[in-house]
Design a protein around this ligand. Structure first.
Ligand code: MFK
Ligand code: FAD
Length: 502
């Protein structure tokens, strides 16, 4: 009595276990080098990295304000696993692949496939990687020259000792969605052409970063600034310490006590004369950081699809080990129907995200058509908002498929749900991204929407050759026409976007 021990679900090589990922890559990127790298990385994730991710969760960062002698140091102490994640990220080229472009227009698909395998085991290290990738993209788009050339080479290197991560400090107390009105941080010009930043950043994640991109209002000689979004410029700053051991121009006020993402530090920062360089034109801060938003939103969507895939893989494995009512869970049709529904959601999310990665790769390799460019702009917020919501639903369902064990901390499962919850909040909430969709429809005079419907119709045309799908094709076709009218009207009527539409 009492001697039964349930077999645990086993994480196997997430690349070899994912038939859809392998099938997708076989079709689009049939390179032996990519396959063997992903296979080896999948092995490493299952046998080594997943444990580090767990260590990050149970050894969360802490903030040491003062050294033993009372000197202010603001030291964010992270786990050794978190530090190993940084080295691993460089060695595996998790950012670099996107910039080396060894596989041409498919390089982003390859990079994101690797991140997709890594994400649920990464201890949220995918967060700094997303921002690092976004910063490299911004630098590349404005031109890799002083003062950001050294930073670019460090963000995109494979050498662990040179590798830098970047922060993305946008949110302030008054505004995270509405940074245009909410940003109080000012940039005081210095005689040498640099600036000193003064302000308070309310959310800064992975605050152990080496550098950051941030928004601030440039002061004129009288100290006056321009209000609203047009007054914001984009600044580059390095995070460094002086000889006294103190952070230069920064005080870490406190670390946030969060529902999830506990593996990584998220801090409130007082910027008190942080030296920075303006890297956008004056007043073009939001437009310039938009490139970072595109990249981080795609990373977010990859993390969402990956969380779904991970819970489905583990639930599937558990169904072969757990018995109820005299048979394994896998032999209960109702249980399998639940897992099948999760699988369908996961596949849909994966294919949508990968299509956006494909479009990004085409744009960056200079082979994107006008249609591709429109689709990338439209689908980036769509995929982020949709997969963020999906991940919470699918991961929650996934936890239930382990019964009570899904609720038990040291199985590692609850963390998946906690970490999924943030995916719809940061990098633009669902409604803010919905408005972004309307904005891009309105600003393109409907061209973006036309591109989407042209693309959707061509996909439907392919599907309609399969006769069993024809009722579904007709239904989707009708729905698309109605949707088009609806979005067009919404884009012109949404309060605040009336002027744009006009
Ligand atoms: C695990 C992986 C996860 C990733 C890591 C996450 C770590 C957490 C990091 C964060 O959460 S960082 C903070 C993220 N913050 C946001 O996402 C802000 C959400 N709010 C918005 O997105 C608002 O829509 C926005 C701040 C952009 C609104 O600002 P404005 O100034 O009112 O926008 P406006 O005037 O419409 O646009 C200004 C310019 O930017 C326009 O260009 P033009 O002046 O040339 O016309 C816009 O077209 C352009 N723009 C805005 N959004 C864009 C864009 N361009 C391209 N793509 C976009 N998405
Ligand atoms: P608000 O903008 O106040 O939004 C509140 C609600 O109002 C939301 O539901 C929103 O959808 C809704 N809303 C707002 N505007 C509209 C509108 N026009 N129409 C309809 N609804 C609207 N930020 C950074 O800059 N850097 C970071 O590294 C960072 N890390 C983070 C880490 C974590 C764990 C979290 C939780 C947040 C982080 N953030 C970071 C902040 C995050 O990006 C913001 O919290 C987010 O953008 C929302 O902004 P807000 O908190 O000001 O909410």
């Amino acid at each position: 009595i009492g001697s039964f021990i349930q077999e645990r679900p086993v994480l196997k090589n997430p690349f070899l276990e994912d038939a859809l990922l392998r099938g997708y890559l076989r079709r689009h990127l049939p390179h032996e080098a990519a396959f063997s790298d992903l296979c080896a990385f999948g092995e490493r994730v299952a046998n080594e990295v997943d444990e580090w991710g767990r260590e990050c969760e149970i050894t969360p960062p802490r903030l040491v304000h003062f050294d033993p002698w009372g000197r202010r140091v603001d030291h964010i102490v992270t786990s050794s696993a978190w530090k190993r994640m940084k080295d691993l990220s460089a060695q595996e080229g998790l950012v670099a692949i996107g910039y080396e472009r060894s596989f041409g227009e498919w390089s982003r698909v390859y990079q994101m496939s690797k991140l997709y395998i890594f994400s649920p085991s990464s201890g949220l290290y995918t967060c700094p990687l997303a921002m690092t990738d976004g910063a490299a993209k911004v630098i590349q788009s404005i031109g890799v020259s002083w003062p950001v050339d050294e930073a670019y080479s460090r963000l995109t290197t494979r050498q662990p000792e040179r590798f830098w991560t970047s922060g993305q400090w946008m949110t302030e107390r008054q505004g995270g969605s509405d940074v245009g009105s909410g940003t109080e941080t000012v940039a005081a010009p210095q005689a040498d052409g640099s600036y000193k930043l003064h302000g308070f950043k309310w959310f800064t994640s992975a605050t152990d970063a080496d550098m950051t991109l941030t928004l601030a209002r440039e002061q004129d000689r009288s100290g006056a600034t321009t209000p609203g979004s047009r007054g914001l410029s984009l600044f580059y700053a390095e995070v460094s310490r002086g000889e006294d051991g103190r952070l230069k121009g920064i005080e870490v006020q406190r670390l946030k006590d969060k529902l999830g993402t506990r593996q990584m530090p998220t801090a409130e920062l007082l910027l008190d004369g942080l030296q920075a360089h303006r890297i956008s034109e004056e007043g073009r801060g939001v437009a310039s950081i938009a490139n970072m938003l595109t990249i981080t939103r795609i990373h977010n969507s990859i993390s969402a699809a990956a969380a779904m895939r991970r819970v489905v893989q583990l639930a599937g494995d558990y169904a072969t080990r757990r018995t109820a009512f005299g048979k394994l869970l896998k032999d209960h049709p109702l249980h399998m129907q639940t897992l099948a529904r999760m699988e369908v959601e996961t596949r849909g999310a994966f294919l949508l995200v990968m299509d956006v990665c494909r479009l990004l790769g085409r744009e960056e390799s200079g082979v994107a058509t006008e249609l591709d460019a429109h689709l990338l702009r439209l689908l980036t917020p769509v995929v982020k908002l949709y997969t963020g919501k999906q991940a919470v639903a699918v991961v929650s369902e996934g936890l239930e498929s382990f019964g009570g064990q899904g609720y038990i901390e040291d199985t590692g499962l609850p963390g998946l749900l906690r970490d999924a919850q943030v995916l719809s909040i940061w990098e633009g909430t669902t409604n803010v991204l919905s408005l972004d969709v309307l904005r891009c429809v309105a600003r393109s005079s409907g061209m973006v929407l036309d591109a989407f419907f042209t693309h959707a119709k061509s996909l439907l045309a392919g599907a309609s050759s399969v006769s069993s799908l024809s009722p579904a094709v007709t239904a989707v076709d009708t729905a698309l026409s109605e949707l088009k009218d609806f979005v067009q009207v919404a884009a012109t009527r949404e309060p605040g976007y009336l002027e744009l539409a006009a």
